[in-house]
Design a protein around this ligand. Structure first.
Ligand code: PEP
Length: 270
């Protein structure tokens, strides 16, 4: 069976609802934005919103505001996480935050390998694989980011690159543990640029990643790992992107900073 045929089968299964990645994720990455006052007013606004039962609503604030999330979201459906973590329990790692410290504040997710960490802070797949593994061991869901730059996209040279990011990044995790990983496909050229990947590009790439996951890790695991899309998602484009085959949710930067826009995105997915 060639790749095209396999893809066709997956597409059919998806459409018929047989292929279940079940949960849908709406994740806001706040990066290094907001002050205390802004965090409180955002949380006051979203706390009473009636989010769709089935969707996971996750916000990833800067570390310094985790305590506000713990204080204010105790009875809320909204979950939260951290943007980065060091893969050691504790120790002389000035400037880093450990898994234990994140868990202490109720964080349940961690972004691993965001392109800003890879490119600005030189994090490589070897370090990232340790981070993914430490997340899994500590019961934190890693949102493992992958994505090509514009050059690779324009040269149609991104497939092998994405495969190597996944292979290397997940190399320390095996068996059923792999089912606890979330992948976020974030083409670098779409992050913070206002230019999102088209639904056709998202669909092609997500199906390619799904296909690879199934071939590499088998049906049981490959079919259930959620694949989120990230890159200039906003209220105006979220619905058409959600309709692309193989999208299990979104990782959203800029449009997650404003409570009204975050709520609008979620309303469109209801
Ligand atoms: C991100 O930072 O992960 C992201 C997708 O940002 P934006 O939505 O602003 O493109």
């Amino acid at each position: 069976m060639d790749v095209k045929e396999i893809r066709e089968i997956i597409r059919k299964e998806l459409v018929e609802g047989i292929l279940q990645t079940q949960d849908f994720y709406v994740v806001g990455n706040w990066k290094m934005y907001k002050n205390k006052h802004e965090v409180i007013s955002f949380l006051d606004k979203v706390i009473s919103h009636d989010f769709k039962e089935k969707n996971h609503i996750v916000i990833i604030p800067p570390f310094s505001y985790l305590y506000l999330f713990e204080e204010r979201l105790r009875y809320s459906k909204i979950e939260y996480g951290v943007q980065n973590l060091y893969p050691k329990d504790e120790g002389a790692y000035t400037g880093e935050i450990s898994y234990r410290q994140a868990l202490d504040f109720g964080a349940r997710y961690a972004i691993v390998g965001h392109s800003e960490r890879r490119n600005i802070f030189n994090e490589d797949n070897s370090l990232l694989s340790e981070k993914v593994s430490a997340c899994i061991k500590n019961n934190i869901k890693p949102i493992f980011c992958i994505g090509e730059d514009l050059n690779k996209r324009q040269n149609n040279d991104y497939h092998d690159f994405l495969i190597s990011q996944i292979r290397e990044g997940l190399s320390l995790v095996s068996g059923k543990d792999l089912q606890r990983v979330i992948i976020a496909y974030e083409p670098i050229w779409a992050i913070g640029t206002g230019v999102n990947a088209t639904p056709a590009q998202v669909e092609e790439t997500h199906m390619f990643i799904r296909n690879f996951l199934i071939q590499e890790y088998g049906d049981e695991t490959g079919k259930v790992i959620p694949i989120l899309y990230g890159g200039s998602v906003k209220p105006a484009n979220v619905l058409e992107l959600a309709l692309a085959d193989g999208v299990s949710g979104f990782l959203i930067g800029g449009a997650s900073l404003d409570a009204d826009s975050f709520i609008e995105i979620n309303n469109k997915l209801n």
